[in-house]
Design a protein. Structure first.
Length: 110
């Protein structure tokens, strides 16, 4: 099952992908996938949040935003997926966590 077109290292140009993975599928074929991005030194939280908020607004009809303990979490739902983007400091590096989870069985591969 391929990932959605938006779920790509190209989502955040100028960053480094430090981890990309996918959970095992459940009995209905659903899974979670994630990418962890590291920003270069000097990047700000706004450098992370603004492009992800713009990207998420193109994917889901309603974007939820939560700010807590120096991190910003953006979430939303499509009819088939729950999407979550998180920005914040991890061990001194500005990091973005980008993930989606199938909430319905994925369509069968052609």
């Amino acid at each position: 099952m391929p990932d959605p077109p938006w779920f790509s290292p190209a989502l955040l140009p100028g960053t480094t992908v430090t981890k990309k993975g996918r959970s095992p599928t459940d009995d209905q074929g659903r899974f979670t996938a994630q990418i962890l991005f590291a920003f270069p030194a000097g990047a700000t939280l706004k450098d992370c949040v603004d492009p992800l908020a713009a990207a998420l607004a193109k994917i889901v009809p309603t974007v939820q935003r939560e700010e807590k303990e120096g991190r910003v979490t953006l979430t939303g739902d499509t009819p088939e997926q729950h999407v979550m983007f998180m920005c914040g400091d991890a061990k001194g590096t500005l990091t973005a966590f980008v993930s989606y989870r199938w909430t319905q069985p994925p369509p069968a591969a052609p």
